[in-house]
Ligand binder design. Structure first.
Ligand SMILES: [Zn+2]
Length: 255
């Protein structure tokens, strides 16, 4: 079995939230029983060996709704798997998440609050991300994408009731592609999951390979998750795994 990777920001948030949970969180419709602590899947469907290593210049800051970190289908977890500089905070209506303001003020980062532009004051809305500096030029700040990782209703509440976010530019995305995510059906086909939003942000920042790896990783995760739920094995050499491997290593997977 693959050794369990050290816990990232979302894993730590999940552990903290589990401690506060008075009863075991029961994932609706999700697989039950033993879970791998590294990927939340059944040990027979463990994804840990496939966790991609892609250096990114951009970072991601997840502000997570109350139960989001507990959901086995949460894709903020997958963002943290791929993007080393992923930060995660639990959102509450009454308190500012400790440490968040300091992160947003850190001069190495240029934070962007990612949210549909229609909901923000037009003066705040931007549609582009400052690109990386050309070689030899003065370094520019690294993009930090602040994502509201929650249900759509929660995310709107978070957007309205987080005064510490009010000064950030709002990066409005216009996703051309419908969600490929099949674990949680959304009423709105254009409503992307957190990982897809993060991948689009990275693509906007010019990090195309990382964006593609994230999409491919999401496809592999979704496959493992659904196969586990339906008690079917995974074929680690199928087209989805091949695609992820090719994007990560530039080579085909040996059969
Ligand atoms: Zn695992």
């Amino acid at each position: 079995m693959t050794p369990v990777p050290p816990p990232h920001a979302v894993a730590r948030l999940r552990a903290e939230r589990l401690v506060r949970s008075s009863k075991p969180f029961l994932a609706r419709g999700g697989p039950s029983g033993e879970r791998c602590p590294g990927c939340r899947l059944r040990p027979s469907h463990c994804l840990c060996a496939l966790r991609p290593q892609v250096p990114t210049r951009a970072g991601v800051c997840l502000l997570m709704g109350d139960t989001e970190a507990l959901k086995p289908s949460n894709t903020g977890w997958l963002v943290a798997d791929v993007v080393a500089d992923t930060f995660a905070f639990a959102w509450t209506r009454t308190e500012e998440p400790p440490g968040l303001r300091a992160l947003l003020a850190d001069p190495q980062w240029q934070p962007y609050l990612v949210f549909p532009g229609d909901y923000a004051d037009p003066q705040r809305v931007v549609t582009q991300v400052q690109p990386a500096e050309p070689p030899g030029a003065a370094p520019t700040r690294r993009p930090l994408f602040v994502l509201l990782d929650a249900t759509w209703a929660e995310a709107r509440r978070m957007f309205r009731k987080s005064p510490y976010l009010d000064a950030l530019p709002v990066l409005g995305l216009r996703p051309e592609q419908a969600s490929r995510y099949r674990l949680r059906q959304s009423a709105d086909a254009a409503h992307l999951c957190t990982l897809e939003v993060a991948a689009l942000c990275l693509a906007l920042a010019g990090e195309t390979q990382a964006a593609q790896v994230m999409q491919a990783y999401l496809d592999v995760f979704t496959h493992h998750y659904l196969q586990a739920k339906n008690q079917r094995p995974v074929d680690a050499t199928d087209a989805l795994h091949q695609q992820l491997h090719r994007l990560c290593y530039g080579a085909s997977l040996m059969p």
